[in-house]
Write a protein that binds this ligand. Structure first.
Ligand code: HGY
Ligand code: MN
Ligand code: MN
Length: 409
């Protein structure tokens, strides 16, 4: 019984071709043309693997391999297939392909199992287009509300609901919701996206906790004007105020120390013309730490900074909620199973925290959830140079294959 890495390589390369920035990394934004192409590919691969394919009320894609006792809750393997902007070929899709390849191996070897096994392909995990994150899994656990579908817009002002409907998704949040216990266990294979695992020299990472994430948008509203004829005194320059804020966010995170991080990664300027004083600046704030109180402390200091700038500068400031997901512990019981199987397979493992957010942190509300990391070369991710050796990827897949054969018995 062996994972077929040639098939995996083919899938990863095919999926990487569904990108709006060919030659400059992989960009497959949620509910884009490239998304529809990738989803079609994954559906075809799931069908070819003998899976019953269905979509839920938020458009998440599932392939089900029936168990001998169909009434039992399924064991689920999955990850996301959307990407950031100019990302790499492995982030997210490696975990979806892992599930499909495992389904192929189960079929080829005629492995039976009591619990059904479901392979999940989630969308909109990155939140790169709409500024949210983990939308599909938040819909599964009932955290995503109708209001968010209308108030969340992309940079061109298109509401999330409209973008989803244009992709043919029949949104039904009620039916997308799953009850706690309706899934037996959730496993996600993911590239580490950092340097820790590679530096440890171990084959795989078994994640014990995932950092919490607080993501929101800040708008600075000033007054546009002629760059040449408007005196410096009295200007309401939104970009000057936003720039002070960006530096302050960076300093606050550095002062917090430990594993606190804060990033302003997205910014738009209106009217964005060299001879016009900036009227409107919208920017994203992404705060993370392993302790919820550190996240809350940083968020509080950042909001205080905004108040200070609001008093000092003649601009209006508006904060729009994005997503807040607290730090999450992974299932200890299933981690023991993963350790046991890794040892049986002769794989050395490293118990570690995840600095990146993942669907598993949301799925943990529904079922015992775990992530298996495989090394990222040089710790690089969210960049075209993101790379994972296929042998390492194969190790992670073998480990999850053997764990789910055991747990679905
Ligand atoms: O942003 C993250 O941590 C993940 O890559 N979505
Ligand atoms: Mn990811
Ligand atoms: Mn990512």
């Amino acid at each position: 019984m062996k994972i077929n890495m040639e098939r995996v390589k083919r899938d990863i390369n095919n999926l990487a071709s569904f990108s709006s920035t060919p030659g400059r990394g992989v960009t497959r934004l949620a509910f884009s043309k490239e998304d529809v192409q990738a989803k079609g590919y994954l559906m075809a691969q799931m069908e070819a693997a003998g899976l019953d394919v269905y979509q839920d009320g938020y458009g998440s894609l599932f392939g089900r391999r029936e168990g001998t006792d169909p009434e039992l809750p399924p064991v689920m393997i999955g990850s996301h297939y959307d990407t950031g902007i100019g990302g790499g070929p492995f982030d997210g899709v490696a975990g979806v392909i892992a599930g499909i390849e495992i389904a192929r191996v189960l079929k080829e070897n005629n492995i039976s199992h009591r619990h059904p096994i479901e392979i999940a392909a989630f969308n909109d995990e990155e939140g790169a287009r709409f500024g949210n994150a983990m939308s599909n899994t938040r819909a599964m656990v009932g955290l995503l509300k109708e209001e968010e579908l209308d108030s969340t817009k992309d940079i061109k002002g298109k509401p999330l609901r409209e973008a989803m409907q244009e992709c043919g998704i029949k949104i039904d949040l009620e039916s997308a919701k799953r009850e706690k216990g309706s899934i037996k266990s959730f496993f996600e294979l993911h590239i580490e996206q950092g340097p820790v695992l590679e530096e440890s020299g171990k084959d795989v990472g078994i994640v014990d906790s995932i950092v919490g994430l607080d993501r929101f948008e800040v708008r600075f509203k000033g007054l546009s004007g002629h760059a040449g004829t408007t005196p410096m005194i009295g200007r309401k320059d939104a970009l000057v105020s936003a720039s002070k804020f960006i530096v302050a966010v960076n300093e606050i995170a550095r002062e917090m120390g430990n594993d606190a991080v804060a990033t302003v990664g997205e910014m738009s300027i209106y009217p964005n013309a060299s001879n016009v004083i900036p009227q409107l600046v919208k920017l994203s704030v992404d705060i993370r730490a392993t302790e919820a109180e550190v996240i809350n402390r940083m968020s509080e200091m950042i909001h205080k900074e905004l108040e200070k700038i609001g008093y000092a500068d003649p601009v209006e400031i508006d904060v729009r909620r994005g997503v807040y997901i607290p730090p999450v512990k992974m299932s200890e019981e299933n981690a023991e199973l993963l350790k046991e199987k890794a040892t049986e397979l002769g794989l050395e493992y490293h118990i570690m925290n995840s600095g990146a957010a993942h669907d598993a942190m949301v799925m943990a509300a529904l079922a015992p959830s775990n992530i298996v990391f495989v090394p990222s070369v040089g710790g690089v991710s969210h960049r075209p140079e993101e790379w994972t050796e296929y042998e390492d990827l194969g190790n992670g897949m073998e480990l999850i294959l053997h764990a789910i054969i055991q747990i679905s018995k």
